[in-house]
Design a protein. Structure first.
Length: 183
């Protein structure tokens, strides 16, 4: 799959399944581009009128470019969405993107969302926390992860428990390649 950035965005938006193979194939091609044009259009999507646009923009930004060349420009966008967005699907994608970016500057936003009433958002926080908690682990981040490990939702608790294990091994192992199961 190839083509202009705007064409790939339209292909991804046309797939109504957030976990759809066509959607994620288009996103993967966009992420591999890792260029300014893709970043600019993804940033615009993050301010889109529809949930689907905002989710797509966040999903692209979360892993844009091999070495995450736009991480410094992406983090403020994601932190703004974390603080202002109301839709749980967007917040979930923001948290997964934070986890992929692995930047401790996202930690305050992740901690804030760890107590969200929607289980999918807490699930995203459970995924993101071990990746942004720092080394040595931030005490507030550890507290949030411990609280999520006792979450009433089994999926949230399981992912947070795994996160506790990963945090316990910072420096001796990596969670690279680990990702959340689809909800």
């Amino acid at each position: 799959m190839g083509g202009p950035v705007e064409e790939l965005i339209q292909i991804a938006l046309a797939d109504g399944d957030p976990d759809g193979a066509v959607r994620w194939q288009a996103i993967s091609v966009l992420q591999e581009r890792g260029d300014l044009e893709t970043f600019t259009l993804a940033r615009r999507l993050c301010a889109g009128n529809t949930t689907a646009e905002r989710v797509l923009g966040v999903d692209i930004l979360g892993e844009l470019g091999r070495d995450r060349p736009f991480a410094d420009k992406t983090l403020p966008i994601l932190r703004y969405l974390a603080a202002s967005e109301l839709d749980p699907r967007v917040l979930y994608s923001v948290l997964i993107a934070f986890g992929h970016l692995r930047d401790a500057r996202a930690l305050p936003s992740v901690i804030e969302l760890a107590s969200h009433p929607e289980h999918s958002v807490r699930y995203g926080a459970a995924y993101a926390l071990p990746n942004v908690i720092g080394n040595p682990p931030d005490p507030a981040g550890l507290t949030a992860l411990r609280l999520l490990a006792s979450d009433p939702d089994d999926d949230v608790a399981d992912w947070a428990t795994l996160g506790m294990s990963l945090v316990g091994h910072l420096g001796s192992s990596s969670s690279e390649g680990a990702g959340p199961r689809p909800l």
